[in-house]
Design a protein around this ligand. Sequence first.
Ligand code: AMP
Length: 581
Amino acid sequence: MTTFEELGIDARLIQSTTELGYVNPTAIQEQAIPVLLSGTKDFIGLAQTGTGKTAAFGLPLLHIIDEKAKYPQALVVCPTRELCMQIVKEIEIFKKYMTGISVVAVYGGTSIGLQIRDLKRGVQIIVATPGRLIDLIERKAINLEQIQYVVLDEADEMLNMGFQDDIEFILKNTPQRESTWLFSATMPPEIRKVSKRYMKDPVEVTVGKVNTSNKSIDHQYYVTSAQHRYQTLKRIIDFNPGIYGIIFTRTKVDAQEISERLTREGYDIDALHGDLTQGQRDKVMGQFRDKTLQLLIATDVAARGIDVQGITHVINYELPDDVEVYTHRSGRTGRAGLQGICISIVHSKEMYKFKQIERINNSKFSKLDIPSGKDVCRKQFFSFMEKLLSADISHGDYETYVPMLAEKFADVSKEDVLKRVAAMEFDRFLKYYENAEDLNHRDKGRREQSDAPDQARRRDGRDRDGGRSRDGGRERDGGRGDNRKEFARGGGNGYSRLFVNLGTKDGFYKASFLQYILDMSDLKKDALGRIDMKDMNSWIEIEKGAAKQMVNALDGKSYNGRRIRMNDADSGGERRPRKGE
Ligand code: AMP
């Protein structure tokens, strides 16, 4: 096996990687570092998060930077603020013994003034998100004239988020660029295009099979009916006493609601989604990272780029529509050689979708029975016994109290003591699970049960969890449910109708489209009415007061290399869809 010394990196970097506990380079590091150390070769690394790609570019970058030259020499561009901070954090650790190098993070959602001040300090490495970087370039607060190395991290994510024009702008504005290093989990044609246009004979390295899940992840799924989804989630958590995990939902509303509901029921959980302020998000992430929070429930956009060590489980509260989203979600666990579990809660009617993910992911998925109440109690009991037996009693101040305890318990048998301890610990569980029902979806004879919620929803607009009727079933159809039948009222009832040139041909399903437009515009789902999607275009009902914000956020941006056009459907001359179209 190759060592870091053999790869030829600076001894000071070896010292810090040794302290970090890195014994050998990972596959991407082994293949990327020797190429990148030359500083002149373009490079494409097809590698997912969790493969060690930050060190794969971070270490050679630190090695080739001129410590004495106090101007920006390297630019790392990445899709999100979280990833940006994470990269800087890792680079700071790697450069512990290279005091002459400084690195700065530049991202949106925080004071630009402070970042401008940091940039003036003579930094050599800038790690940035595209939007804020462009802002700084336009304010002439950043000078990319002398940038020699540009790293594009999670390039496919950046394109998914509509940053293609920004990336091209950045590449055009780095005239002294000696090499471009592009890292991506997948290789869509748009990335090929960018690489053809801006890179010269890149060395291309693929780690693992692109689009294939990490082999250290065990993929499992449970099939239940829609009305039991929440109970199933609870049971999964209870069945895994030591769980440290992330639960993914499709929408911010779901993340928030489930988090509140579980918190009320005594679970150690918080939500991460785009409706939180940056301060709130940092706080939640900090607690989760420190493990003072056991569970995090998040939307895909909010959780992008999160790298937290030791996540034991990823739970898909619902399956994503997109295979790549599944890969990103599951990649939060099973990192750096550790074993992880990705559990999906699947509705019987979603099985077709699941089969597709299974096929494309090329991984083995195991269908498991949802544990019974008894299974959960047994598991909790064993875990508690283990904890009791492994408690460290070798030193402790309690020694002085032991004689007192012994006296107090003189007439209580050992068995009774154990019973009392168990009663204290398990009463809640035993009561809850005493008559717990079977949550598994069974084909034979139980069809009515699994189908019931959908029928109910169709009749009265209730949502999939059967009881949570708060948003009148909008989540499923992206609209206002059945009580607002007439679409395209053309501005009646305080609503406007927007036209947008994005549709199902762009790879959107209603839920992912809804999330995309809400996340881009920072609006809440409540502002939306019905959404009508066609192959190439969509029509969105939106509260009049919110329409402008949505148009400003989307119009002119690009999605997968295509310029988004959004305008008022009624004044913009876009034909409204006819019934049945
Ligand atoms: P990344 O793909 O950069 O998000 O890295 C995933 C995780 O692997 C990070 O937490 C790194 O600290 C860790 N890591 C990176 N390189 C190595 C290595 N050579 N040995 C062990 N862990 C590593």
